[in-house]
Design a protein around this ligand. Sequence first.
Ligand code: RFL
Ligand code: PHB
Length: 389
Amino acid sequence: MRTQVLIIGGGPSGLLLSQLLAKKGIDTVVLERKTRDYVLGRIRAGILETGFVELMRQAGVAERMDKECFVHDGTVIANGNTQFRIDFTEHTGTPVVVYGQTELTRDLYDAREAAGGKIIFEVGNVRIHDATTAYPYVTYEKDGRELTIHADYIAGCDGFHGVSRQSIPVDVRREYEKIYPFGWLGILSETPPVHHELIYSSSDRGFSLCSMRNDHLSRYYIQCSLSDSPNDWSDQLFWDELKRRIPEDYASKLETGPSIEKSIAPLRSFVTEPMRWGRLFLCGDAAHIVPPTGAKGLNTAASDIHYLYHGLVSEILDGDLEGIDRYSERALARIWKAERFSWWMTNLLHRFPDQSDFDVKMQSAELAFLQGNVQAQSTMAQNYVGLPY
Ligand code: RFL
Ligand code: PHB
């Protein structure tokens, strides 16, 4: 088989790229290790920058999102019982949008399938060959057979544990990593959100976040120990702990109920450089990870897709190499800023095991400064709604 752009990974990055390229008449094949149901079972991001929303519109897959999403003009930040609001729209002219990763991935799958897009599920042993030549190809296993696809370009959209990044020789790539000494325990519950906007909360007992998917589906997180397992946390324990970490006026009106999903995510900052090796381009989690505190994971994946999509279209349709030649440099310039913001928010709001009383005072002083300073709020808002592409 042969295609113009072979995409490894059928998560949001891979599907969005495939859908955008299809709109320009460029042929793609997507190889996905899991089933569609498995990919759609992963509960992940919930906040989209307007840049992402715009890309979904360009891809022709924004109809349901535009109807069902919730526009958020600001967020609440709390420190113990003190709370304040940062107004994104006032500071930047731009809100963010609440629309779950599960939903947008479903929309992308539906659109690809309706257009007859080629997505091959349950592939194994994917291997990239000859990426630095003009004739790269990929081998994989499906139903016990080994198959080959030749391509002009390969997009590595296969997440942090995928094969694409690992295919780049170790003497070519440089990796930067920070592992945080805690995780996030998250639950999804069919209860109304405690507040109509998100609440990021710092407390003596650790960080917590009140988020949502819609009017009757809430997503809550609490900072937890890396040695915890979701089974250690009954629903009752979770709700009791969350109530202790948010301001009392929210705790008293929090509606609790059975969790329909409960999982722990470790927190990590990670970047690999460069994001291109010959005709292989890394996108999204395959190239970088942020701690979820700034809601940037999926949004940085989208900006990669924006740069790669425009680069590939210019090369394939007009023979202009500039976009793909500068892909890695452009994508990384934006990613490092999102890494900084996510690292800053994580450091500001979490309790660290080795933190001194002085360190805690520094966090409180920074939160107080943010509360009282319009420029600091504007800086936060600009980063949260997303820096320009
Ligand atoms: P994904 O979503 O990981 O998709 C990669 C796809 O590639 C497939 N794959 C392979 N396919 C073929 N061959 C192989 N060898 C393959 N290896 C892997 C996988 O099955 C998968 O379908 O990466 P992508 O598309 O770059 O999208 C990135 C986002 O998913 C990610 O940045 C965010 O979800 C990060 N993230 C969060 N971001 C937020 O902004 N807010 C959140 O609340 C949030 N929560 C999370 C998260 C990531 C988590 N992970 C990675 C464990 C919670 C969790 C638990
Ligand atoms: C979510 O709703 O899952 C969510 C929202 C904001 C974050 C992280 C996760 O910073």
